[in-house]
Structure formats: structure tokens, C-alpha cells
Ligand binder design. Structure first.
Ligand code: NAD
Length: 321
């Protein structure tokens, strides 16, 4: 069995490798060569922690396994560890024997950023120039860094509920050589691509905040009850997602479907666009919306990729197990 510790991931994993892994697995999911197992998420009644498992099997990439982890709200204060903790386990699909144990904290941010990037590659207008960010927390920096590689952006605009956090994303824009401007939500209509990555339970982005022709990736809503955008925006958009079952139950589409504004059949898999079985964007005026809920297969795909890199670089720890 191989171990790739959390401390090694930053030096091994690249945004390009994460992008390729996630794009491939979305395609495999749409081709029905890969599927996610039902998600388990439990409040364990200790330390206010939420703990659970996300797993799946990808026959194309031959990845089988799960990510175990969750959220410990007191970690940083009490123990000096980050609040989100996860570990990915890979198994040999031929024998069921454990193949690898991989640190999952940084990989989670990289695979989540890769998902919105894949959506931008396949759904945003080719001439997109203004990148809009709603959110400026931990994930937002990863999201913006990856998104800026997808088009020839000339400017980044941003809004955050806590404006004092905006320098987090201004720094990323400036590192990419782009100017940054803080805007009101009404000013988001200037953006050609928008990423929302917040933890809100009440929508902040209204349908009028998004201009025709925009691609918006909604990445924050991954739990029942969370909502970043007004449900009317989904009715006005062509809606894509990683996994339809998750989109309508724990993703952004839970609200639009629940209130009858759209049907489950209006939510399309991004993988179908990658495979060419869905036409994707069909006009420059269309709003495309990607509801990124986060699936276990994304975690397995990036973990498998990092195990290969760790072996190649001689940093995988081999344990007789
Ligand atoms: P964080 O705590 O670092 O940042 C939270 C962000 O939400 C900040 O920008 C904050 O200002 C904003 N926010 C908080 N309360 C708000 C409110 N009431 N209204 C509007 N904005 C508000 O968190 P993070 O690690 O960056 O995660 C952000 C979200 O992304 C979380 O909801 C998390 O669960 C989700 N997430 C999704 C995936 C996925 O695969 N889709 C993966 C990881 C995290």
C-alpha cells in the first residue's frame, strides 16, 4: 500500500493535472462508465463535527474508493489544525485490496477549482474578458487562480459579504497581472464569467445581477438548505451540473426544482458537453449556469493522479499492509 501524505501534495499536484483528471471523470460519468455512491454525512455529536464519506467507481480510469472526512469547527482554535479534514482511500478494482491513502485537504480545493474551470472551458463565451468573483474565502483563491487560465481575461471584479476579505482575491488577480475592482452586486452585470463560492443559506445573486451571455459557476452550495443565487436565475439559464441527483437535492437546483421553476430534465450533465452529446452553449446571449456540487469521483480522480506523480517522483511511502 502506498501513502502520499498531505505535506507532499502541494509540490506534486498541478492545476493542469487536476483539470485533466476532473474533465476525464465528468466525461466518464456522462458516458455511464463511472458512478458515485450515495453520500453519507453525519453530525457525530462530538466537537460539533460533520463527518462522512463520498465514494464511487470509475471503470474508465479504474479508480475505486472513497474520501472520508468533514468539518471540525473548533480545530483551528483548539488544536491548530484546519477545520476541513479529509483523507482519500483508493482500492484495487480487481481485488478490493487497498492501494493508497492520500491526504485530501489541498486536493479538495484543487478538484473543486478544476470543476468550475472545466465548466468555463466548455461553456463560457470564447471572447470573455471580465471575470467576476462572489466570495473571497479559502476556496475562492483556488477558484480564481484556475479560472484565469481558461480565457484571455483583462480584469477581475469582486463582491463579498465580508468586504474586508476582498484583498484575498485581489492578490490572486494582481499575481496574474490583472487589475481588480470591488463592485456592488449590481455591478456583476459587467462580468462575462462569474464564480460564486460562498457558504450562504440565503441567495445573494439575483437574476438581474447576471447579464445575458454570462457563464456562472455556482460552487458554494453543497448541502440541503444552502443557496447562493435566486432560483429565477436558473429558470433563465441553461443549467449544467456535475451530477444531476446531487444538483437537485443538495445543489443550487434544489430550490428551482423544489419551487417548480424548472424540472429535473432541465438540468444537464457537464460531461455530456465534454463528450459532445449535449451541444452546450448555443448563442452569445445565453446564460449558462454550472451547479458544481462536488462528487466523490472528482476526489478519486485527483488522488489517482497524485499517486502516479508521487511514485514517479519517489516520494510515495510504501507500507507492507
Ligand atoms: P470560507 O469560510 O473560507 O469562506 C466563506 C465565504 O462565504 C466567504 O467569502 C464569506 O464572506 C462568504 N459568506 C459567509 N456568510 C455569508 C452570507 N451570509 N452571505 C454571503 N456570503 C457569505 O469557506 P470556503 O472553504 O471558501 O467554502 C465556501 C463554500 O464552498 C462552502 O459553502 C463550502 O461548503 C463550499 N464548498 C463546495 C465544494 C464543491 O465541491 N462544490 C467544495 C468545497 C467547498
Amino acid at each position: 500500500m502506498l501513502i502520499v501524505p498531505e505535506r507532499e501534495i502541494a509540490a506534486l499536484m498541478t492545476r493542469d493535472a487536476a483539470f485533466d483528471a476532473v474533465e476525464s471523470v465528468f466525461a466518464a460519468m456522462a458516458a455511464r462508465d463511472a458512478y458515485n455512491f450515495p453520500v453519507i454525512r453525519e453530525a457525530i455529536g462530538h466537537e460539533d463535527a460533520l463527518y462522512g464519506f463520498k465514494g464511487g467507481f470509475d471503470k474508465t480510469g479504474m479508480t475505486l474508493g472513497l474520501k472520508a472526512g468533514g468539518y471540525w469547527p473548533n480545530n483551528l482554535e483548539k488544536h491548530g489544525h484546519i477545520n476541513h479534514q479529509s483523507t482519500i482511500f483508493l482500492f484495487d478494482p480487481d481485488t478490493g485490496m487497498v492501494r493508497a491513502m492520500v491526504g485530501g485537504n489541498l486536493l479538495t480545493a484543487l478538484r473543486t477549482a478544476a470543476a468550475s474551470s472545466v465548466s468555463i472551458k466548455h461553456l463560457a463565451r470564447k471572447d470573455a474578458k471580465v471575470m467576476g468573483m462572489v466570495g473571497a474565502g479559502h476556496q475562492a483563491t483556488f477558484q480564481l487562480r484556475a479560472a484565469l487560465e481558461q480565457r484571455q481575461f483583462e480584469k477581475v471584479i469582486g463582491w463579498n459579504y465580508h468586504p474586508e476579505m476582498l484583498p484575498n482575491i485581489e492578490k490572486i488577480a494582481n499575481e496574474a497581472g490583472l487589475p481588480f475592482e470591488a463592485v456592488e452586486l449590481e455591478g456583476m452585470t459587467e462580468a462575462d464569467v462569474v464564480i460564486s463560492i460562498t457558504s450562504t443559506f440565503a441567495p445573494t445573486i439575483m437574476a438581474d445581477h447576471i447579464a445575458p451571455g454570462t457563464h456562472i459557476a455556482c460552487m458554494g452550495t453543497d448541502t440541503k438548505g444552502k443557496q447562493e443565487v435566486e432560483a429565477a436565475l436558473l429558470a433563465r439559464s441553461t443549467v449544467f451540473t456535475d451530477e444531476v441527483a446531487q444538483s437537485i437535492s443538495i445543489g443550487e437546483a434544489q430550490h428551482a426544482v423544489g419551487s417548480g421553476l424548472i424540472q429535473e430534465s432541465d438540468v444537464h450533465q457537464l460531461g455530456a458537453v465534454i463528450n459532445g452529446t449535449h451541444k452546450g452553449r448555443t448563442s452569445d446571449d445565453e446564460i449558462t449556469l454550472f451547479d458544481g456540487t462536488g462528487v466523490g469521483l472528482q476526489d478519486l480522480a485527483v488522488a489517482a493522479s497524485v499517486v502516479d506523480l508521487a511514485v514517479k517522483n519517489g516520494v510515495a511511502i510504501e507500507v507492507d499492509f
